[in-house]
Design a protein around this ligand. Structure first.
Ligand code: DGL
Length: 272
């Protein structure tokens, strides 16, 4: 048994799609969520920067006493997870492997599409993980740089968002994907529109649920579950706390109170 909280982070409100699933699977766990909203979006940034942000945020979360970190951001999972796992001794879980395992199970014809940020697509992390599990898979990746800023502006149903998605989904649709992975934690807020554009023949995989199940599995295996929720969750952002509280509460479907503002920049202490 381990009553310490779980740390999670994303560039903004995207990781709340993962938090929702963690609440469902692990209601007794206490959470410290960090949203790096002063530096969102992550998607177009170089790998070196994403790695530095990961070091800063995970060092910060470790200093808050977390027992594990969930990297609730695909861009960070694609570019910084391996390094973070070498630098820090606690369990660190990412988005990509659980999402790929689910997609490979779901896919009937092995034609798998991924929509994600530029950084995730450029890394090739999804293709590599798919090919490891399904060597014959045919994979198409589409970067969608407009989507994270639109979601962070609360425009999940706006005509601009629908138009952007129609453009981005053209490639995967003409490729004939049977399964589409939502390779960015901001995209599950757009599932309804994505489903309407692709039609019922395409399975949509949101890795969030599979990540939450993996968190549960690791905690059970390591005997690290929290028996009783022993305090409130904390929500911390690098940008505007009021804005995060308002949009985050709406997207999470629960009231987020007392958002703290803490910058983690230049927290370079890493290791163990
Ligand atoms: N939610 C992050 C992801 O899953 C978004 C990255 C961004 O800020 O562009 O990749």
């Amino acid at each position: 048994m381990d009553a310490r909280p779980i740390g999670m982070y994303d560039s903004g409100v995207g990781g709340l799609t993962v938090l929702k699933e963690i609440y469902r699977e692990l209601p007794e766990e206490r959470i410290i969520y960090y949203g790096d909203t002063a530096r969102v979006p992550y998607g177009g940034r170089p790998a070196s920067e994403i790695k530095r942000f990961a070091r800063e945020i995970i060092s910060f979360l470790r200093a808050q006493g977390v027992k594990m970190v969930v990297v609730a951001c695909n861009t960070s999972s694609a570019l910084a997870l391996d390094e973070a796992r070498m630098l820090f001794k606690m369990p660190i879980l990412g988005m990509i492997e659980p999402g790929v395992r689910a997609a490979v199970k779901e896919s009937r014809r092995g034609r798998i599409g991924i929509i994600a940020t530029e950084g995730t697509v450029r890394s090739g992390a999804y293709e590599a993980a798919i090919r490891r599990l399904m060597p014959g898979a045919q994979v198409v990746s589409q970067a969608c740089p407009l989507l994270v800023p639109l979601v962070e502006a609360g425009k999940t149903d706006s005509p601009e968002t629908v138009a952007a998605l129609e453009g981005y989904l053209e490639g995967p649709r003409s490729f004939g994907v049977d399964t589409l992975i939502l390779g960015c934690t901001h995209y599950p807020y757009l599932t309804r529109t994505i489903r309407a554009i692709l039609g019922p023949g395409v399975s949509i995989v949101d890795p969030a649920r599979h990540v939450a199940l993996e968190v549960k599995e690791v905690l059970a295996r390591e005997n690290m579950m929290n028996p009783h929720k022993n305090g409130d969750d904390r929500f911390i952002v690098s940008g505007d706390p009021g804005e995060f509280a308002r949009l985050g509460s709406m997207l999470l479907g629960r009231h987020i109170a007392n958002v703290e503002q803490i910058s983690v920049e230049d927290r370079t202490a890493v290791g163990s």
